[in-house]
Every structure is written in structure tokens, then in C-alpha cells.
Design a protein around this ligand. Structure first.
Ligand SMILES: C[S@@+](CC[C@H](N)C(=O)[O-])C[C@H]1O[C@@H](n2cnc3c(N)ncnc32)[C@H](O)[C@@H]1O
Ligand SMILES: [Zn+2]
Length: 419
């Protein structure tokens, strides 16, 4: 989807497939609030029903995770080592979760413009592990803030301090070109609110105590919020008018602050785990364009109702399950000359089993299947032998790799038994 023809779009699908089909350098701001449920048993990639179905019958999530890691290893060797080690330090489930997140964050980084920012909303269940992942994908110098969103409410905790904050990591794609509209997010100084008429101390931004006149200017302008936010009530306190019934709904005020700070009017705001579309609603209200994705059909239903409800504001959007096709890569149909180029590049070996074949016995395959966001472009082609190509079908490479591995292990066992 080229930016000129952009239409606000809500996708119902696995966000990995949609991400695969989005152009690079497309969006200005990404906010994501992914699920994390550590008690879940990972029989399939978290939440990704579509991806899961091709694996579910055969392997546990840990197996799938290993195969995905092999794919990551080619380009992100440090990341792969890190994720693998977390399997021993924390748990296999955490390592599986990080793999799932890594694949998606790598794609998010690709679709983000150079002036763009990403906000990842999480909590201490996984925040420390996710921070390392983000440092590796975005570069540690592009870490901008760890925002603690603090709230209060009843707690049954008797052995611990009640856990009442979320973490929002803020990263920029580049070190010096990112948008930060600090004047658009100023908030009142607290002391002056409460001590009206009294002499409150106001420090200037250079850290100097200010005189009365300057003080008044400061009061009027308000301050840039610190990296802890306690002025936005939590989900549990969302007003009945705003509430949709979606269990993990975030308040509009939270998204408004993020969107105002890190995007300008007309920019594209993207939420790949959009739930009941809080981000899309806030973006629309603030004159931004938007893309939302959620895998749950139920979420989409709520979203459509929410968007349609809002005083007729939302007429121009598309709701679809279809995977977009990238238009920023040259489309080339498979041909004999492509085959020859690939044959040379792969040294005559099948990319699945690794065995050598004559060119006539090889077939061109889409590495990322078209049904999962892959397109007709050179980088997405490879040669497989007939047997590997039939096994893979329209599934991802991980499927083929895992199957080959399982077969090899079985052969080895047979050999040992045969002795
Ligand atoms: C914590 S909720 C997001 C809530 C959202 N911020 C809001 O205000 O409503 C996480 C969402 O991610 C969705 N999800 C999980 N895995 C997904 C995937 N692979 N692709 C797209 N959405 C996914 C879930 O259906 C869920 O709605
Ligand atoms: Zn093969």
C-alpha cells in the first residue's frame, strides 16, 4: 500500500502476515500493547491462530520456537543467542514469547519511518527481557524512555507491594531526527494547582529558580510530564461512556499523550495489537491516519461499533482480512533467468535439505508464502528440490526445517538401533 493512496485500515489477521505485506518506511508512530500470559501453554504461537494451524498438529510451541530461531539466526545472531539463553535463565515459555515478539518487532522496525518512534506497552512480567530485545533491534542509542504508568486500586496482596504500574518503552528509529512535540503534551504544575495564591517554587528548565513574572509564564505553559505518569487513571477507571467491555482496554488519554508527543497531524499511527482500537480512535480524533490489526474477530466487531458510533467521525476506513502486498519492492514474476540466478546463488543446492541437484530438478518457491504476506519479488524466492517444495507447500520455512530435522533425528536413531 503506497502512502499516497493510504486509507485508514483495520485488519483482522495475524499481525506478522500483515506486517510482511506493508511497505518499508510507511508509518510515523507505532504503539503496541501485546498480550502476555505466562501461564499459557504454548501449543502454538501465542494468539496466532492462523500461523498455529500449520504447526499445531505436529509440534509443541518449543519446537516451533527453535525453528523460528534458526530463521532469525542468519541476520540477528546476537539476538538469537540472547533468546536461547533466556530459555535457561527464565523458562522455555519466555524464550518462545521473545521469539514471537522478535519476529514482529523486526518487521515493525522496517515499516517505521526514520523520523518515527515506537512505544511498547508491557509490565514487569516481561519488561526486562523485552528491553534487551528492543535494544538489539533498534540499537541501544535509540532507547529514549522507560515510562512508568502508575495507577492505584484495590489489591489483595499481603506478601508483596501491590503491583500498580505498567511499563512503556519508547524508542526512536534514528538518534536525532525523531519527533517529540513537547509543547503539545504539557501538563499543569501540581504545586500551583494545590497552592493557588501561595508562593510556589518553580524551577525553570535550566534548573534556575524563576522570578514572579517568569514564574507566571511557566505556570501558564505547564510542564513536560516526567517519565512516570500518574495523572491518567488505569483501565479500571475508564468512564462508562468510553468503556467498550474489552478486557484490556487502555484509556484514550494515554494514547492521546503518546500520539501528540510523537506524531504530527496527517501522520500515520499504527497499532499491530489494537484490541478495541483505542489507538485508532485517538489517532482519528487528533487528525492522524491509522492502521490497526487484531487477530480476534470479536475485537473487530467492537471496533467497528466504536468507530461508527463516534458522531459519524469514522466514515472512511476499510475493515479487511486480506493481506496487503508490498509495492515498494520490484515485482518480478518467476522465470528461467530468475531460476538461473538463484541456482548460482545457492551453489546448486536445495535450500531445504541442502542436497545438490541439477537445475531442471529444482523449483522456485516463495520463502514467505503469498498467503502470509510474501510477494513476487526476488528476495522472496528460493530454489527447493521437488520433494522439499511439496513438503513445504504454502507454509513457512520453519515447517520444512523442523520436518527435515525430525527426519534426520529419526534416521540417526534407526542407525543406532541397527548396530
Ligand atoms: C492487551 S490487548 C490490546 C488492547 C488495546 N490496547 C486496547 O486498548 O483495546 C492485546 C491484543 O492483541 C491481540 N493479538 C494477540 N496476538 C495477535 C497477533 N498475532 N496478531 C494480531 N493481534 C494479536 C489480542 O487479540 C488482543 O486484542
Ligand atoms: Zn530438498
Amino acid at each position: 500500500m503506497p502512502e499516497e493512496n493510504f486509507t485508514n485500515t483495520l485488519y483482522t489477521n495475524d499481525n506478522l502476515f500483515i506486517l510482511n505485506g506493508l511497505n518499508s518506511d510507511l508509518v510515523d508512530l507505532i504503539y503496541l500493547d501485546p498480550p502476555f500470559n505466562s501461564k499459557r501453554t504454548y501449543s502454538a504461537p501465542v494468539g496466532s491462530k492462523a500461523a498455529g494451524s500449520s504447526f499445531k498438529d505436529m509440534w509443541s510451541w518449543e519446537d516451533v520456537n527453535e525453528a523460528y530461531l534458526e530463521t532469525l539466526a542468519a541476520n540477528y545472531s546476537n539476538l538469537t543467542k540472547y533468546i536461547t539463553s533466556i530459555g535457561g535463565i527464565h523458562s522455555k515459555a519466555m524464550s518462545a514469547y521473545l521469539t514471537y515478539m522478535a519476529q514482529r518487532i523486526i518487521e515493525m522496525h522496517r515499516v517505521l519511518k526514520d523520523t518515527g518512534s515506537l512505544y511498547l506497552h508491557c509490565d514487569p512480567t516481561a519488561s526486562h527481557y523485552l528491553k534487551v530485545l528492543l535494544d538489539e533491534i533498534f540499537g541501544k542509542n535509540n532507547f529514549r524512555n522507560e515510562i512508568a504508568w502508575c495507577y492505584t486500586g484495590p489489591s489483595g496482596s499481603k506478601k508483596n507491594f501491590p503491583a500498580k504500574h505498567d511499563i512503556i518503552f519508547r524508542y526512536s528509529k534514528t538518534e536525532d531526527r525523531y519527533i517529540f512535540n513537547y509543547d503539545a503534551i504539557r501538563i499543569p504544575y501540581k504545586e500551583l494547582h494545590t497552592d493557588k495564591g501561595k508562593k510556589a517554587k518553580i524551577w525553570g528548565e535550566e534548573g534556575k529558580l524563576q522570578n514572579q513574572e517568569i514564574r507566571e509564564q511557566y505556570v501558564e505553559r505547564g510542564k513536560i510530564p516526567e517519565d512516570w505518569w500518574n495523572d491518567i487513571p488505569s483501565g479500571g477507571h475508564i468512564s462508562p461512556k468510553e468503556r467498550t467491555g474489552y478486557p484490556t482496554q487502555k484509556p484514550l488519554a494515554l494514547l492521546q499523550r503518546i500520539i501528540n508527543a510523537s506524531s504530527n497531524e496527517g501522520d500515520i499511527v499504527f497499532d499491530p495489537f489494537c484490541g478495541c482500537a483505542t489507538t485508532c480512535v485517538a489517532a482519528q480524533q487528533l487528525g492522524r491516519k491509522w492502521i490497526g490489526i487484531d487477530i480476534e474477530k470479536q475485537a473487530v466487531q467492537i471496533l467497528i461499533e466504536r468507530l461508527s458510533d463516534d458522531a459519524g467521525m469514522f466514515k472512511d476506513f476499510v475493515a479487511t482480512q486480506l493481506i496487503p502486498q508490498r509495492t515498494d519492492i520490484q515485482v518480478v514474476q518467476p522465470s528461467q533467468s530468475i531460476k538461473e540466478r538463484l541456482y548460482k546463488q545457492q551453489n546448486g543446492k536445495c535450500n531445504g535439505c541442502g542436497n545438490e541437484y541439477l537445475m531442471k530438478d529444482m523449483e522456485i518457491d516463495h520463502i514467505i508464502p503469498k498467503a502470509k504476506g510474501g510477494g513476487d519479488y526476488y528476495e522472496n524466492y528460493q530454489l527447493l528440490c521437488g520433494s522439499c517444495n511439496r513438503i513445504k507447500g504454502s507454509r513457512p520455512m520453519e515447517f520444512l526445517r523442523q520436518l527435515i530435522k525430525t527426519r534426520e533425528a529419526m534416521m540417526e536413531n534407526q542407525l543406532i538401533f541397527g548396530e
